[in-house]
Structure formats: structure tokens, C-alpha cells
Design a protein around this ligand. Sequence first.
Ligand code: NAD
Length: 499
Amino acid sequence: MQELTHYLNGEHVNGTSGRFADVYNPAIGEIISRTPLASKAEMDQAVQYAAAAQPAWAAKNPQRRARVMMKMVDLMHRDMDKLAEALSREHGKTLPDAKGDVIRGLEVVEYCIGAPQLLKGEFTDGAGPGIDMYSMKQALGVCAGVTPFNFPAMIPMWMFAPAIACGNAFILKPSERNPSVPIMLAELMEEAGLPKGILQIVNGDKEAVDAIIDHPEIQSIGFVGSTPIAQYIYAGGCANGKRVQAFGGAKNHAIIMPDADMDNVVNALIGAGYGAAGERCMAISVAVPVGEDTADRLIKALTPRVESLKIGPYTSGDDVDFGPVITGAAKEKINALVQSGVDQGATLAVDGRGFSLQGYEDGFFVGASLFDNVTTDMDIYKQEIFGPVLSTVRAKTYEEAIGYAMDHEYGNGTAIFTRDGDTARDFASRINVGMVGVNVPIPVPLAYHTFGGWKKSAFGDLNQHGPDAFKFYTRTKTVTSRWPSGTKEGANFSIPTME
Ligand code: NAD
């Protein structure tokens, strides 16, 4: 069995803790490698390398740092097939979806080519007699990120690309479920010209994460994953004086108004509800049709489409709509939640349990399920299922429908389907959710805007990528200077003002 490594100071380094996690190919349900789980000492070694390399990197002018990003874009295009294959093998998503994962990260790298512009400071000429005032954005030092299994390329790049473009060193602790692509990305960054030690991959679990939270040299933590861990890292990191942004789980509602184009709605919900086996934080997991007639038309149109979804391994090429879920435990959890929906009184319009694929009987495949008549007290409504399950909650009015999305504890994404601009505008304005789609089911902002949810979907002040990332990964220093310095002034015991 292949033994994976850490990537420290430009080298593949074997784990020394003696602890490992099995890495599966979810399509066949077999262990294909094992990844080391770092100890506190291994994390400390990475921090030492990072701290030693970072000052020289920060001292390079931003244009030189941006050139690494430019080259990285080319290298990722060169290696796209290789990256997508490695990603699908450990994650299970289809190859086109894996390429999407890589490309959405690449777009953040492209955005970071703008670092010279994005890092410009401010200057006030003549703030007082002979006085100028200017502010600059400086790197934090050593930054760290902890990422989830579901986007093993995109989410690491959300973090390391802006952090590094700002002049920081970055230590990534990727998901132990699929650690190969992050290491490939670190190798490519070095091929693109990044000095050793500026991007390191430390594989691990809670022990490595706790070492990040507690390490005095690490200035910031970026986290994406489930809400309980987001809260844990946010609380621990903040208590230790670090800058933290922590993004959590989701339960994204799509409101379907009676005037919506039902063909578009069905296409949108099929892709957004079941794509990547529902393992996306921006997946639509709740459909809220407004009015009985809308609900009846929706269920009638959705049912045959859900029943005919093609499920299979990524090696089947374009002929597959979605692949397996990540682990056997995830499969069991999803099936148990579907059973709880039945037990608690929801109507199971399509039952995906019991799906089996010839030749892949041990794979972690879960068929697509569709629920009707779901109510807000049910576990399938309250919990994030993170599987190919769409729950329909019927609403009598628009006010009732928007109320469901407003009252849910998560607030990552949402969408409304309507032809009425007034309703769409009201929805976008009032909804307490961070990312809103109008006739767009997965409104993931592009790299030059920012990504982030509200409520229990995100903790911290600044979003991922876009201008917020350049704020998160820098700190502002403001200089007040007086020239000529020879101006004589008596001692002043009052606070200086501009009066
Ligand atoms: P997870 O929370 O289990 O793991 C995320 C990371 O935290 C991994 O690197 C893991 O090793 C680490 N971790 C796990 N348990 C830990 C513990 N006890 N202490 C410290 N660290 C720990 O999440 P996952 O299953 O990998 O990913 C799925 C979750 O991520 C879903 O809830 C999904 O909604 C969420 N997600 C959110 C966003 C977003 O932007 N809001 C994006 C993608 C995924």
C-alpha cells in the first residue's frame, strides 16, 4: 500500500508520529494509501521552516510574488487531467466536476495576480503642517489553514493563494480523506518559483489542528468544514489572539414561486441538489414551493428526473451524474437520516437506499432520494445531510417560504426562482443568508467577489477570497511623518488634533 507523506520545506517527508489514516477510493470502497497524522512536534518543525523562509518572501516586491501566481495558472492548466484524476480517485466526484474543483481554485490564483494593485496602501499629502500620513498592508507572518474533504483543490487555493500573494508563509492541514491533490499543488507552486518553506502541507487530524491553534508563531487560521469544528477552532484560535475565519455547514433553501419556469427549476434543482452526491456546502437541500399547485407540479416533474439519475465511478467518464459519497460511515449516516424522515412522517417520493452498482458493490454509493411534505421539526430538515437527498417543504405563501430560510440556523446559500423582479428584489434584500441566487441555484461568488455565509455557517468578520482575503492576510500599519524634522515645537500635553 502506498504511504503518503507531508510536504515540508520543499521535501516529501515521512510521518514520524506512528499514526496514520487510511485513504479510500470511495468508488471501490478500498483503502488505496495511508496518510501520516502529524504530531505537535512535526507541526512545530513546519512552523520553524515557515518562519525562517517568510521574511525574504515578504521582502520580494508584490509583482514578483504575483509572477509565481501567473506561472502557477499555466502549470495547473498543463496538469489539469492529472490533478482531476487524483482528485476523483480519492474523493469520488466525476472528472468534469473534479476539473471544476481545480478551476474554481485556479480562478482565485488568477485573482491573486492582481496583488500589486490589491496591496497598495493609502497616502494623505499634507495631513498637517509638513505632515504626511500613509498606511501600508503588511504580511502577518506564518498563516495556517484547515480544509474539508469536499473541495480538495478549490478550498486550499481559496486560502493559500491570497495568503502567499500577501507575503505570508502558509501551512495547510488538508482533509485526511484526500491529501494527494494539496501536495501536488504545493509541488506546482514551487515549480512556479515559490521558495521552499512558503507553502507546506502537514497532514493530520485533531492533534495537528490543536497544534495550529496553540502555536504562538501562527498568526491566523482559515478553516472550512463542519460547524462544530468551525466553532471549536474559532473559539480556540481567538482565545489565543489569532485572526480566525471559520466557515461551517449549510442547509440551503430554494424558494420556488408559482410563476417560476418549472423546466428551469427542475434542471436547477437536479444539478444543485444531487451534483457531487450532495456533498457541497452550496448544494440545495431544501426546496420550498409556494402554493399546493406549484408543489404538485414540482414533485411530478422532479420524480422521474431523480429516478433516472446516473450514478457511478468517475472512471465511467461523462456518462455519470454523480459518484459515491466519501466514506462508508457517510453512507450509513445518510441512509439513517432518510429512514428518520420516513419514521417522522415525511413522504419519500424517491427512495435511493439500497442502490447497488454491479462490479462496485463495495463502493460508497448512495442513490438519490426525494422527500415531499417535510416539516421543520424533522431531523432531515434540521440537520445537514450532506448526501443526495432533497427535502421539499410546502409553503402556502411567499412570507411563509422566506420565513423557513430565515429561521434556519444555517445561512450559507439560498435561491429564489421567479419571473417577478419585485419578489426577487425583496428576497435578496431581506434574506439573512450570505449568498443569494436569483434563478441561479448555486450562487458561488467568483474569485473577485467574496464567499461567505451568515449565522452558523461562518464565524469571523471577513469572507474568503476577493478583496476580503487581502484584508484577512495583511495587517495595516499607519505612519505619520513630519518633514522637515527640524520644525521646533514646545511640548504638548494634549492629544494632537487638527484644530
Ligand atoms: P469536518 O469538519 O469533519 O473536517 C474539516 C477539517 O477539520 C478536516 O481537515 C479535519 O481533519 C478537521 N477536523 C475534523 N475533526 C476535528 C476535530 N475534532 N478537531 C479539529 N479538527 C478536526 O468537515 P468535512 O466532513 O471534511 O467537510 C464537510 C463539511 O464542510 C460540511 O459540513 C460542509 O457544509 C462544510 N463545508 C463548508 C463550506 C463553507 O464554505 N461554508 C465549504 C465546504 C464544506
